[in-house]
Design a protein around this ligand. Sequence first.
Ligand code: HEM
Length: 410
Amino acid sequence: MDSVTQPAAAAPADVPALDIDPFSAAFLTDPYPDHERLREAGPVTWLSRYGIYAVARHAEVRAVFADHATFVSSAGVGLANFHKETPFRPKSLILEADPPDHTRARTVLARILSPRVVTGLRETFAAEAEAMVGRMVARAAAGAVVDGIKELAEPYPLKVFPDAVGLEAEGRENLLLYGDMIFNAFGPRNELFARAAAKVQPVTAWIMQHCARDHLRPGGFGDLIYRAADAGEISVAEAPMLVRSFLSAGVDTTVNGLGNALLCLANHPAEYAKLRADPGLARQAFDEATRFEAAVQTFFRTTSRDVELAGARIPAGSKILMLLAAANRDHRQWPDPARFDIGRRATGHMGFGSGIHACVGQVVARLEGEVVLAALARQVATIEPAGEPTRRLNNTIRAIASMPLRLTPA
Ligand code: HEM
């Protein structure tokens, strides 16, 4: 069914209705004015165009995340309702599952990505960050304007993360195409979705081929998933699907998490100066960038029963859009929320979700963010925009295609 032309259900009487399209090019280019309208219209709003509910305040986004029995993921975490429409791809065993199925898959992935395991990656990840930043700084020293996306935010996660999963080096650009496709597919069937769907066959074939055990280096995250199958924790058929979860969720997210952090620092020289003075702030700075310019902007839930949320009566089977990025700038939660401030403790932001589905890869993502920003702080005296960044619009991800920067080597 076409979600765009699908006639919207009648607006509920007890919730403000808005004609905002959170998947239009204008919204995706600059979501912040509409976030403000959505937040201030009420704790729960109705988006007439799609016939869905939306929550944009921190308290309600957190409440939806917290009640996974009422606000389920198994009907899809995008606009499509899997009880009515066929999923775009076979459902994720973790992201698009509820307990007890979710618990089983989550236990395996959480162990593989535990802080202890990820600590073992620190040295390799840090060395690669120093080297890659070093190459970019050398080009800047020779007078070049560098591209923060093409020279750092894209190649860095594309190197370290698939290496950790145990993927071969060739063909990794497919991971970017796959991420773009998956995250567009959470939205409506608009032009962005069509662009993604056009490439689906070859890219999916590549991904599934590389999720097979014989394509994965022994000892990498992918192989560890197969060992969990050997131990009977998950089935052999489930193993490649969980490797797929790493490959879909672990690249485009960090690419844009890093890209957005770089943009924030380039646009806020005083904050960069603080980081430069104390590279120990790198982890906190990455977290603040994830609050301020969230790489993952939205996710959906579906109600499993009639429920009252902040006074709104929401019937069973309703789709609810959670605007994570709007919650991250809710003045009810954060003092001066539209200020990028790396001195702030951004704990509690919704950029990695919250509750039982909170990002299982956030230890890896934070490690990548920390070591890249710390390498910059050590090697780069100042970062300035050298022109407007070019956005890559995506239904879910706040993405940048290229970002010209002028760097002064330290
Ligand atoms: C800056 C980078 C990242 C951001 C902003 C991000 C964001 C998120 C968010 C918001 C969720 C919650 C989804 C929901 O509640 O429906 C999530 C879940 C998830 N993330 Fe991440 N993520 C990032 C990096 C990663 C990495 C590096 C991996 C893999 C190592 C990963 C794997 C996953 C998985 C498997 C889930 C599903 C967890 C579950 O359903 O229990 N993510 N992520």
